[in-house]
Every structure is written in structure tokens, then in C-alpha cells.
Write a protein that binds this ligand. Structure first.
Ligand code: EPZ
Length: 426
């Protein structure tokens, strides 16, 4: 398995281009299953998760062409050869469950493997299934697969009250509702920018949707959707990640295409820590000349609260803050696996259940560390950039799921970082 080698190299300066959002693209791609017309996605990120979703859709019979070095995806699903999403793909990427709603809505049946858990938590999909049942689907669990059928007249509109905010369940129900008979209302819906982006794409395909971005979304079902061309929204998590590089190392970095509205709560936290973020038509600029940031307390919440996907990264920043910070992870039950790896670099972190207390230290020291999940992997890279000496991050396949060209982008702002390719097996 490849490794990434990072050496602390002082202040970082320059521009970083922010890609399209992985978590938007993974919901937008299954929308192709709602129509037999072509769907084109531009500003798509080049990531292994996108390739996995491509494989899944192709296994169902969709045509997916990756154009312009992967930045454009041309999808077409007019002749489906299968309605079965196999476990061997679904277990690699949980977002595969997002083909269930669209297949059920357009073709009336689907067989989708349950995704199983992952490193950060059990991550059940009961809310996805309950919403589809409320829309008339009959679901049966057999051999780890959900066998789903819509009524002969198709799914019907329903009022779905989500007991807790779920991004994926909101996306599955939103897509299914676009072709259901009648009106669907999703209450306690997720409000993430990726939901807004999906709604905008579905509307461009002819869907009738109101309220995206609020906690109540209303959808009037239509008979059919047509094709569209849609630009994937900027990745707010990649954006927030790279904003922390100059905070931890010093220097001035502009994240091209960044907008404060994508991550207001994150920017408020940076402001509280004494870090100024300026917005221009080029993007978001973060500069830090000297002195430690102030310790701050962080509690992850559904959007517009502080994003759980930036918790590992801000923890890395707080390891060097002046004072003690309290972090509370409320979304996933096991999302502090980066803490013991950061401790190997000299960080002082006490974890108790969903709480972590971080006591800032003067310096971190490079060390061999192991990536455990996508966002943990990049928090170790950030720590390595700021540490004295050399850090070697192993299991970087986690990183490739959500960060395109991370070595090139960081070298572009002066980081001393390289990828060590595992020698090919003879
Ligand atoms: C999406 O996951 C993102 N993934 C995650 O990003 C992100 O951390 C998460 O939303 C929260 O923002 C994609 O969009 C592909 P949820 P999702 O349903 O939809 C529980 C990354 O690093 N829950 O909002 O799976 C669940 O266990 C990834 O890019 C149920 O109990 O998240 C969790 O505790 C990691 N039943 C909470 O809700 C359900 O049916 C929020 O999960 C669904 C979820």
C-alpha cells in the first residue's frame, strides 16, 4: 500500500484549486437512474469513490463516460440490464445505497445490498428504508440484500418525518419523491449544501421541488424527468481542510472557488480562534504570520452546524492551540480514531466516548502514523505539515477516496510532501 511522506517545511503560500464535492457527486450520479435521457455532470472530482459509483452504475446497465480527465461525467440509463447492487461494491462505498430510491421510483423494483458498518460507526440505513416504505414500497431483507418493490401504480407521495437528520436518507427520499404520484413532504430534512445541489440538479431535470436547504422539503411528483447538465458544487470539506494548512504552518493561502456560505460555522470557529478569513471573487484567503491560535470548543452538528467531516482536521489544528479545547462528536459514535495517531506525534488528547479534550503543545514531532478513515487521514497530513521532522502516513487509500491530487495541490503551496508507491508485487 502506498504511503505519503511529509516533512515540516515552514510557511505555506499560494493558491489551491478546490474540486467539486465528493458528497454531492455521489448523490448526483444515481439521479441518472431517474430518467432515460442523458445527464451530464461538470466540475466532477477525480476520486476513487467516484470511480466506485461509476462501476456500480455500469453494473446496472448505465453508460457512464468520464471525459476531460474525469472532470465531466456523461451518464445515460436508458437500457438497464440489472437492478441489483452487489455487496462487493456496496461494502466498499456506503453511498451505493443511493441507487435504491431512484431505481424504485423509475423502474418499480430494486435489490440493493445493505452497506454494513464502517470504521466511524454502525451507520444503519433504517431511515432510508422507512421513508421508502411510507411512499408505498414493500421491502424484504434476504441474505443481506434489501428486495424492494413499488406498488403497481408506482410510489406515492407521503409526509416523512425523519426522527433524526440524515443526509443520505434525505437524498434517497428526495430522488424517489420526484417520480412518486402526488406530494411528498420531508420534515427534519438535512440542509447540507449537497442536498441543495441535488435539488437544483433534479429541478433542472424537470422535478418540482421547494424548500431545499431548509428542514422541510416539498416535492410534487411528475410523470418523467428529462436530462440536464449540472455543475457539481464546490467541496466544502476539501475547502475547510486546506484552509487549515496556513493556519497550522503559517503563510497565506487562497482556496480558489471557496465561499464562506458553504462553511459559515467553520469560519466562525476559525474567527473565534483568532484566524481571519477573507472572501474575494477568487475564493477564500487564510493568512497567519505568527503566534498560536486560541483554543476553542467544537460540537459537531448537522448543517448549518459545525461539520463532522471537519472535526478531525480542526482537532489537528487545536493540537497546536494556546490552551485547552473540548471537542464533542455528536454525529458518529467512533470518529476520534485520528487522536491516538496524533498522540504519536506529541499531541495531548484525552478521549472519553464522544468527547475529546485537546491540550495545545508547542510543537508536534514527525512520526510514522496510520490513516484509519478518510478525514482522519488528512488530519495526519495537516499535522505532518506543521510538525518538526518527517511523518509517514500509511494506508493512504483512505485519502484517495476524498482528496484528489493531494500531493500536487500541497506541493503547489510549498509543502515538502511526496507519495511513496508500494513496489509492485513481483
Ligand atoms: C453523509 O453520510 C456523508 N457521506 C458523510 O461524509 C457525512 O459525515 C454525513 O453525511 C454527515 O454529514 C456522503 O454524503 C456520501 P447521515 P450519511 O445519514 O448520509 C445515522 C465523508 O467523510 N443514521 O447524515 O451516511 C448515522 O448512523 C463522509 O465524506 C441512522 O441512524 O450520514 C449517523 O449517526 C463520512 N439511520 C447519523 O444518522 C439511517 O438510516 C448521520 O448520518 C441513516 C443515518
Amino acid at each position: 500500500m502506498d504511503q505519503i511522506l511529509v516533512r515540516g517545511n515552514g510557511p505555506l503560500n499560494g493558491d489551491i484549486a478546490i474540486a467539486g464535492a465528493k458528497n454531492a457527486c455521489l448523490a448526483l450520479m444515481p439521479a441518472t437512474l431517474l430518467t432515460d435521457q442523458p445527464l451530464t455532470l461538470t466540475n466532477a472530482p477525480r476520486l476513487s469513490d467516484i470511480r466506485t459509483m461509476t462501476q456500480l452504475l455500469q453494473s446496472l446497465g448505465s453508460e457512464v463516460a468520464s471525459l476531460q480527465d474525469g472532470q465531466v461525467l456523461a451518464l445515460s440509463s436508458h437500457a438497464m440490464s440489472s437492478h441489483r447492487a452487489d455487496y462487493d461494491i456496496v461494502r466498499k462505498m456506503r453511498a451505493s445505497i443511493l441507487v435504491l430510491g431512484p431505481m424504485l421510483a423509475r423502474d418499480g423494483h430494486a435489490i440493493v445490498s445493505l452497506p454494513g458498518g464502517c470504521a466511524i460507526g454502525a451507520r444503519p440505513v433504517d431511515l432510508h428504508l422507512r421513508a421508502l416504505e411510507q411512499m408505498g414500497a414493500s421491502l424484504e431483507l434476504l441474505d443481506g440484500y434489501v428486495h424492494a418493490k413499488a406498488p403497481s401504480g408506482g410510489l406515492r407521495g407521503a409526509v416523512v418525518d425523519f426522527p433524526l437528520v440524515s443526509v443520505g436518507a434525505t437524498e434517497n427520499a428526495l430522488m424517489a419523491a420526484t417520480l412518486a404520484r402526488g406530494t411528498t413532504v420531508l420534515n427534519n430534512a438535512a440542509r447540507e449544501p449537497e442536498i441543495v445541489d441535488l435539488a437544483r440538479c433534479l429541478r433542472a431535470m424537470g422535478a418540482q421541488i421547494d424548500g431545499e436547504g431548509t428542514s422541510s422539503i416539498t416535492i410534487q411528483g411528475v410523470d418523467a424527468l428529462h436530462g440536464a447538465t449540472h455543475p457539481v458544487v464546490t467541496d466544502r470539506i476539501e475547502l475547510g481542510t486546506y484552509m487549515l494548512a496556513p493556519v497550522m504552518c503559517g503563510g497565506e493561502v487562497t482556496c480558489l472557488g471557496g465561499r464562506i456560505e458553504l462553511l459559515e460555522s467553520f469560519c466562525e470557529k476559525l474567527d473565534e480562534a483568532g484566524v481571519s478569513v477573507t472572501e474575494s471573487e477568487r475564493g477564500l484567503t487564510v493568512s497567519r504570520q505568527n503566534g498560536a491560535v486560541k483554543a476553542v470548543n467544537v460540537r459537531t452538528e448537522p448543517f448549518p452546524g459545525f461539520p463532522t467531516d471537519l472535526q478531525a482536521q480542526i482537532m489537528a489544528m487545536l493540537c497546536l492551540a494556546d490552551g485547552v479545547s473540548e471537542l464533542e462528536e455528536t454525529i458518529f459514535e467512533n470518529r476520534f480514531m485520528h487522536a491516538p495517531e496524533l498522540a504519536r506525534m506529541g499531541a495531548r488528547i484525552d478521549v472519553h466516548g464522544g468527547h475529546a479534550r485537546v491540550t495545545g503543545v508547542e510543537r508536534l514531532k514527525g512520526a510514522p502514523v496510520m490513516a484509519t478513515d478518510l478525514r482522519a487521514s488528512v488530519s495526519l497530513i495537516l499535522a505532518g505539515l506543521a510538525a518538526e521532522g518527517e511523518t509517514v502516513v500509511s494506508r493512504v487509500y483512505h485519502l484517495d477516496r476524498g482528496y484528489e491530487k493531494v500531493v500536487r495541490k500541497l506541493r503547489g503551496i510549498g509543502a515538502d510532501i511526496e507519495r511513496i508507491r508500494e513496489p509492485a508485487h513481483e
